[in-house]
Design a protein around this ligand. Structure first.
Ligand code: GLC
Length: 535
């Protein structure tokens, strides 16, 4: 069951909308999105038909990684508002039947966090330093990093605290020192942080770098360079250690001690779907992002294989599968799938495939508008800390503010034309207002699909059966009475539609119980449910 606040196991098939807080809506006219901006736009999300909203970090932060470097986990950064704004947002969201999930960043703090400031001011071996990973350097003068680990953002994972001082570990930017989870003080502090937000009324947490935290004893070398290419595909000593599951079990017990089914969704990178499924065993996180699906090419065999594998591995541990096409760390899927018209056509078909699958689905802000990646941001706006450290591309192009109304930037994002990343002037036809008045728009397609998904008992949690289909076409059935076909081939395909079409990614006409499904198009139908009328 979706949408109801009394539903149990609501998370098993929830549609969760990701808000990148800097870029959703700007309430105070400083060109940066904020909590009051989001609050004012909650009715848009309720109308879109999602069940919950995940907010990226809005805590006090020097913004070296745009909030994933937290200086104070219990305060709202003044850029985004204050705690009263957070309270009001949670309460309004609940009033509209929307749940709120917030981000928690346990692998590392900001280098401006009080603990790290104290650690730097304290001597080697002190309890202050024991909250992080400080080590002496290698080589005669300690001028070499303590081991060969590389930062996910490129370059060594170690920075020397000061000349002649120790080095500290940071698996991300140097401004994000890794916490030492072997220290019980760290675990206690995070229990307290979770309680703080649970007491404020949040419905769950997205756990940043949920595969991090635990480091193996002795911090052994990897043995070779170019480690970022191994992320999510090969074992690395600093990620996905068995010991990390004790933390997830501890947090699950804490979440379960609160009323109302508060959830954890793990941002976990593991080398295989089986290892990933370990994060969603019954006493750990409720969900994990399915990055294997996100990374799958637009081709029928690839899509079918990743869907089958995802369902099999999560079902084996009794967890729902999740599906995700885009987020704030990857190129938007319109662009990944070919960009331009072809990319958009595929993205429209992809959402119908994704929302037809059993499990929970994530929608990244702006994908409902068909936004592409912005590939031509001027250099002064390429701000991602990943850039300049050896990484190939920055993540700024998927973080451009949303266009809401009007003909010129900032398209109603806020009062200031000087948005933190510029919005392309070419986005006039992509604004929410422009799409609201067009029944063929991508926004209209998302609204329709989400509303059918919510009403149709065959959708959401449950089983899936594949049916025979021409080459390059995926055809599936969900009981009772739901069918979908997606044409991932370059040629049109003739498809039997044994029922009434409820949604399609392109206009279709049924003749003799068949449709001609163009390349990169998708259709849903239902048999025997008259209340789901034709599109
Ligand atoms: C996660 C976040 C990403 C951030 C990183 C470090 O991968 O999604 O945006 O840079 O963690 O916190």
């Amino acid at each position: 069951m979706q949408g109801s606040t009394v539903a149990t196991r609501w998370w098993r098939d929830a549609v969760i909308y990701q808000i990148y807080v800097r870029s959703f809506a700007d309430g105070n006219g400083d060109g940066i999105g904020d909590l009051p901006g989001i609050r004012a736009r909650l009715p848009y999300l309720a109308e879109l038909g999602v069940d919950a909203v995940w907010l990226t970090p809005f805590y006090r932060s020097p913004m070296a990684d745009f909030g994933y470097d937290v200086a104070d986990y219990r305060r709202v950064d003044p850029l985004f508002g204050d705690l009263d704004d957070a309270r009001a947002l949670i309460s309004d969201a609940h009033g509209l039947g929307l749940r709120i999930i917030v981000d928690v960043v346990p692998n590392h703090t900001s280098d401006r966090h009080a603990w790290f400031v104290e650690a730097l001011a304290s001597p080697p071996g002190s309890p202050e330093r024991a909250r992080y990973h400080f080590r002496d350097g290698r080589g005669p003068d300690g001028t070499e990093p303590p081991n060969d680990w590389e930062s996910v953002f490129g370059g060594p994972a170690w920075t020397r605290a000061a000349p002649d001082d120790q080095w500290y570990l940071h698996l991300f930017a140097p401004e994000q020192p890794d916490l030492n989870w072997d220290n019980p003080e760290v675990a206690d502090e995070f229990d307290d942080i979770l309680r703080f937000w649970l007491d404020l009324g949040v419905d769950g947490f997205r756990i940043d770098v949920a595969h991090g935290m635990v480091k193996p004893a002795g911090l052994p070398d990897v043995g070779h360079a170019d480690q970022s290419r191994m992320l999510g595909t090969e074992p690395l000593p600093y990620f996905d250690q068995d010991g990390v599951h004790a933390i997830h079990r501890r947090w699950r017990a804490l979440l379960d001690s609160y009323p109302g089914e508060r959830i954890a969704v793990a941002e976990a990178w593991a080398s295989t779907p089986e290892r990933l499924a370990r994060y969603v065993r019954p006493d750990e996180a409720h969900q994990a992002f399915n990055f294997h699906y996100l990374g799958a090419d637009w081709a029928a065999p690839t899509q079918r294989a990743v869907i089958d594998e995802s369902l099999a591995t999560s079902t084996a541990v009794g967890a729902p599968t999740t599906w995700v096409l885009s987020n704030h760390d990857v190129r938007r899927h319109v662009t990944r799938f070919g960009d331009g018209e072809a990319g958009l056509r595929r993205a429209r078909a992809a959402i119908l495939l994704m929302l037809a699958l059993p499990g929970s689905a994530y929608v990244y802000q702006g994908e409902e508008l068909g936004l592409p990646e912005v590939l031509d941001l001027p250099p002064e706006y390429r701000l991602d800390p990943q850039l300049g450290r050896g990484a190939e591309a920055g993540r700024d192009g998927c973080r451009v503010p949303l266009p809401w109304t009007g003909d010129v930037p900032p398209f109603g994002f806020g009062a200031s034309a000087d948005t933190w990343l510029p919005i392309p002037a070419s986005w006039t036809p992509l604004t929410v207002a422009a799409q609201e008045s067009d029944p063929e728009s991508t926004l209209a397609l998302y609204r329709r699909a989400l509303s059918v998904r919510r009403e149709d008992p065959a959708l959401g949690d449950g089983e899936l059966d594949w049916e025979d289909a021409p080459d390059g076409v995926l055809r599936l059935r969900r009981e009772p009475g739901f069918g979908a076909a997606v044409n991932l081939s370059p040629a049109p395909a003739r498809i039997a539609v044994p029922g009434r079409i409820t949604v399609s990614s392109v206009p279709l006409a049924v003749e003799d119980g068949h449709v001609t499904l163009p390349a990169d198009a998708a259709v849903w139908w239902t048999s025997g449910r008259g209340d789901l009328d034709e599109r």
